[in-house]
Ligand binder design. Structure first.
Ligand SMILES: Nc1ncnc2c1ncn2[C@@H]1O[C@H](COP(=O)(O)OP(=O)(O)OP(=O)(O)O)[C@@H](O)[C@H]1O
Ligand SMILES: [Mg+2]
Length: 231
C-alpha cells in the first residue's frame, strides 16, 4: 500500500532523513524507532506532504504521490495523529472532531464522530467539554479520533504514549489493534520500544537520519537488536 524509495527529506538546505526505503502493506504495522532528532517526525510529515521531499519517491497504492499536496493525500486515505496531539484547546471535543471531518458531508461527519465515540466512549461523555480542559490521555484519544474522521487506510501515529498512564496507553493500543484488524496500514513512531516491538510486523531503526537496522519484530526480539542499538 505504501512504498518509499530512497526518500531524502529536510528543511531548507538541510537533509534530516537520507535515502530511506520501506514498504507497508494493508493490515501491517511498521514501527519507527530512534533517538530524539533522528528524523521520525520529519518522515511522517514528509509522507503527509508537510515536509519537503528532496529526493526519492513515495508510492501509495502504486500511485506516485511524491508531489501531491497534503489535502489530496488525505483524500487518498492517509491521516496523521501528530506529535504533541495538536488539538484545538478552545474548541469542544465535538467541534474538534467536526474540524477533522471538515472535508466530509455533514451526514458522513456525524457518522464518523459516532464511530470515534465508539472507540473512545469517554469522548462521548465529554463531547461538549473544551479540549484544553481534558487530561493528556483524553486529548490523545481525541487526536486519534480526529485523525480517524477521514476514514484513513494508512494511519501515521507519532508518539501516542508519551507522558500517559499505562492504562491509557493500553486503551489507545487496543484501538490501534482493532484498526490493524480492519486492514489499516499503520506507521508507529514510539519512544516506548517495548510497545512498538510488540505491535510491529516490521521495524525500522533510524539514527541521525539513516536507517541503521530493518527487520521483523521476531528478528528484533531474537537478536535483542533494539536494546543493543539504542544503548
Ligand atoms: N521545522 C524545522 N526546521 C528545521 N529543522 C528541523 C525542523 N523540525 C525538525 N528539524 C530538525 O530535523 C531533525 C529531525 O527532527 P525530527 O523532529 O524529525 O526528529 P524525531 O526523530 O521525531 O525526534 P523526537 O524523538 O525528538 O520527536 C532534527 O535535527 C531537528 O532539529
Ligand atoms: Mg518526533
Amino acid at each position: 500500500m505504501l512504498r518509499l524509495e530512497n526518500l531524502t527529506c529536510g528543511y531548507g538546505e538541510t537533509q534530516v532523513v537520507r535515502s530511506l526505503s520501506f514498504n507497508v502493506k494493508e493490515g501491517e504495522v511498521l514501527s519507527f524507532i530512534g533517538p530524539n532528532g533522528a528524523g521520525k517526525t520529519s518522515t511522517l510529515l514528509c509522507l503527509m506532504g508537510l515536509v519537503l521531499c528532496k529526493e526519492g519517491s513515495i508510492f501509495y497504492n502504486e500511485k506516485n504521490i511524491t508531489s501531491l499536496p497534503s489535502e489530496q493525500r488525505i483524500k487518498e486515505g492517509i491521516s496523521l495523529v501528530p506529535e504533541g496531539r495538536r488539538i484545538f484547546p478552545d474548541l469542544s471535543i465535538f467541534e474538534n472532531l467536526m474540524v477533522g471531518g471538515h472535508t466530509l458531508s455533514k451526514d458522513k461527519c456525524l457518522k464518523n464522530i459516532s464511530k470515534g465515540y465508539d472507540y473512545f466512549p469517554i469522548l462521548k461523555q465529554r463531547k461538549n467539554q473544551l479540549a484544553g480542559s481534558l487530561s493528556g490521555g483524553e486529548q490523545q484519544m481525541l487526536a486519534m479520533a480526529r485523525a480517524l474522521m477521514v476514514n484513513p487506510r494508512l494511519l501515521l501515529v507519532d508518539e501516542i504514549s508519551l507522558g500517559l498512564m499505562p492504562k491509557i496507553v493500553d486503551e489507545c493500543y487496543e484501538v490501534l489493534k482493532a484498526l490493524k484488524g480492519q486492514g489499516l496500514g499503520i506507521i508507529l513512531v514510539e519512544q516506548n520500544t517495548e510497545k512498538a516491538i510488540e505491535m510491529a510486523d516490521h521495524i525500522v531503526v533510524l539514527e541521525a537520519g539513516n536507517a541503521i537496522w530493518k527487520g521483523s519484530s521476531e528478528m528484533a526480539e531474537k537478536e535483542d537488536v533494539i536494546q543493543k542499538l539504542l544503548i
